[in-house]
Write a protein that binds this ligand. Structure first.
Ligand SMILES: Nc1ncnc2c1ncn2[C@@H]1O[C@H](COP(=O)(O)OP(=O)(O)O)[C@@H](O)[C@H]1O
Ligand SMILES: [Mg+2]
Length: 365
């Protein structure tokens, strides 16, 4: 009997950030301590199929998944572990699982849906629960929560696809009431800047609304700030800690998909060049925001430091942030004295603690 923790690492997924997830997973798998973990690799295809094999990640990266085995987790907590789907259409126990580490970004991984399955299965998992994940994912609901708590936010409005399809000019009129151009138009539930436009005039606004409506039922339109992008890594459950802040200087007009992944022009500054007072201010704010949306394990809290008034406006929370060795989240911890491998151990410990805490909750009368 092995004493190791059976850790299922999930990657890929149905979202537009499938490839980003593979990059994060490569770093995680390369750094997990083999003395402590028995790692099971499970990739999720773009169609949503769960596939396993000892080198599933490499198979996914090469696009050669033909030899992998179909597996699934059941929502039934009595039937724990990973199950093999046999060719005859049956189920066979495949491997024990003590914990899931979802190295998935965006829809169906970071948005509470997977977390719902794991809750039903009574499984320990890394990162935020259903509510923290869902609120962190939906930029509209997230802003409503931030506004209710009085955190500083750029002026914004939330619109529906139906409204855009019915009368885009009317929606554009209402957007123009929010703030002067430029306006940012975003699908509420995407990441990696997909579907996001910085609109400088009416014609760009109308096109941006139509574009964003292709990606989501709900859209967020907000005041474009002349801002520096400051990010803070937060780690913990009930008593989270904040890392040193970092800064991103996008190589393009804003931090678009291309600037994030396709060109080399963007730069990270770790730590961010801020006064000691601003450092402390933004770290404390990050922890408050983390708690306000009931995050757990980890999240990266992103701010827009407005050059015009010096205020840190909250932009968004990422509950499963990019996790390559050169990604902001782990880099900030490294700069704060927590190396990558220890960060992974810490996340596993936090997931175990959170599960133990949830196990104390009574469900029935
Ligand atoms: N209100 C804003 N003012 C200025 N820049 C913004 C604003 N909102 C977004 N941006 C720019 O767009 C990028 C992507 O927006 P963000 O809301 O972070 O979406 P994603 O979830 O895709 O990262 C930001 O990193 C920033 O460069
Ligand atoms: Mg962002």
């Amino acid at each position: 009997m092995s004493e190791k923790l059976h850790l299922l690492v999930l990657f890929g997924g149905r979202s537009g950030e499938h490839e980003v997830s593979l990059m994060s997973a490569r770093a995680v798998l390369g750094a997990l301590n083999p003395d402590r973990y028995e790692v099971i690799q499970v990739g999720i295809t773009k169609a949503g199929q769960w596939l396993t094999g000892p080198n599933a990640l490499e198979a996914f990266a090469a696009g050669e998944t033909g030899d992998l085995l179909s597996v699934t987790l059941l929502p039934d907590p009595v039937r724990r572990g990973l199950w093999l789907l046999t060719d005859e259409g049956g189920l066979r126990p495949y491997a024990p699982v003590d914990m899931v580490f979802p190295v998935l970004h965006g829809t169906f991984g970071e948005d509470g849906t997977l977390q719902g399955l794991l809750e039903l299965a009574d499984m320990a998992y890394v990162g935020a629960g259903v509510v923290g994940s869902a609120v962190g994912m939906d930029k509209g609901i997230f802003k409503d929560v931030m506004r209710a708590r009085g955190f500083p936010l750029a002026a914004y409005g939330v619109f529906s696809r139906r409204e855009v399809e019915a009368d885009v000019e009317d929606v554009a009129d209402r957007c123009e009431q929010i703030a002067p151009y430029p306006l940012f138009v975003k699908p509420a539930n995407l990441g990696s800047s997909v579907g996001i436009t910085k609109a400088h005039d009416r014609a760009e606004l109308v096109a941006a609304l139509r574009l964003a409506a292709r990606y989501d039922r709900r859209l967020v339109v907000e005041q474009g700030l002349n801002a520096r992008e400051i990010e803070v890594s937060v780690l913990g459950n009930e008593e989270p800690r904040a890392s040193l802040p970092g800064e991103i200087v996008p190589g393009q007009e804003f931090y678009s998909y291309e600037a994030k992944y396709e060109d080399e022009s963007s730069r990270l500054f770790i730590p961010a060049l801020l006064s000691p007072e601003d450092m402390e201010k933004v770290r404390a704010l990050a922890v408050e925001i983390y708690k306000a949306v009931d995050c757990a394990g980890m999240a990266r809290v992103d701010f827009l430091l407005n050059r015009d008034d010096g205020v840190f406006y909250i932009n968004e929370v990422n509950t499963l942030p990019g996790f390559t060795q050169i990604s902001m989240y782990p880099k900030l911890w490294e700069a704060s004295g927590l190396p990558y491998t220890e960060l992974l151990d810490k996340l596993v410990d936090l997931a175990l603690k959170r599960k133990a805490d949830r196990d104390r909750t009574r469900w029935e009368r």
